[in-house]
Ligand binder design. Sequence first.
Ligand SMILES: Cc1ncc(COP(=O)(O)O)c(C=O)c1O
Length: 402
Amino acid sequence: VITPPLAHAASQIRPSVFAELQSRIDAHVRAGGRLIPLHIGDTVRPPPDAARLSVAAAGDDPALYRYGPTAGLSALREAVAARVASELGDGETVDAEQEVLIGAGATHALACLLRCILEPGDEVVLPTPFWPLTPGVIEAAGGRVVEVPLHPVESLPERIAAARTARTKVVYLISPNNPDGTVIPSTVVARVHRDLVERRAWLVADEVYFDYIYGERATRMAAHPGARDHTITVGSLSKSHALAGARVGWAVAPAPLITAARRMSVHTLFNVPLVAQRAALAALREGDGWIAAALEDYRSARAIALEGLAPLARHGVEWRVPDGGSYVFLELGPLLRRAGHEASSARPLLESMIDAGVLLSPGDASGSRHATAARLCFTAVELADLREGIARIAATVERAVR
Ligand SMILES: Cc1ncc(COP(=O)(O)O)c(C=O)c1O
């Protein structure tokens, strides 16, 4: 078909990271094989009962079927504000009226915020490896991604400073990180803040995995002195309360930015579906015990994943123990070299894993330096499947080096 032309922007949006692996996946499924999905970033846990019950009870309420407040339910904004204020430290307050954005997932909140900050071609410094959707969200808002290595994390502030140009508008930090679980130390964040104040740039503090840290609790990036003037704290009910399908996320940021981002949200969405906001509200009000239980489940799943992966170290597979979040990021480069594979991409090995019935997410979606890596999510399947999936990975690796 010959259609009228599309905008340049349409060609800038990245295709799904699975587009290239899809034919292999289809073939495996057609042949009757079962695939263990360790590639998606989700959880097998059902959300808190309160959230599910609020959805079940909501059906006959006519208000749900009308337009809702464009800024989000005030009770939901208040619940977010109260939670973030308590995490920012004693005496801190967050104004639910002016400083909280409710989005259809953090993805939509970020899209609205970045559209209000970036002029076409403005730069966003983004440490790698990153959440696979991040560059697309930035580019769809007109920005240009400038990748810098996240590790070694102690010298991250120097690399960020070196990447700075007159067009740098945002530094985007994910902590705990998707895909490698790094929690950026507070001393490092403090140095990034100092640089940002100097250059008058924003910090996106993507803390969607904040509740899932396996060691000592971290402090919010916005909790540093003077940080709130330039920091956008981002959270997601997808991650905090297993409500990914409800699509509710939030951001806390200075009032002028929130006002502008709400306007962007009105004109792209109008209001976040009310039933989803009610579920989110119930989860925030009653879900603290649920989070504590989820943290312990995820800790066990992480231990099982690390135990299953341990034998792969002798074949050259490398990873860092995740401080938080749901993933282990596997560096397969040394293994590929040993196995005599072309050492520039993990794709052929990921295809062999698909043939063996297990899916990992390709590392190149997390940055141009990570083509020989792959991401494993340890919260997306039941523990028996996690064990089986890792056994299939191990068998594929053994075959590759034989
Ligand atoms: C680091 C990070 N930020 C933001 C999001 C977006 O979350 P959602 O749009 O589901 O709220 C995700 C989802 O995977 C993520 O991993």
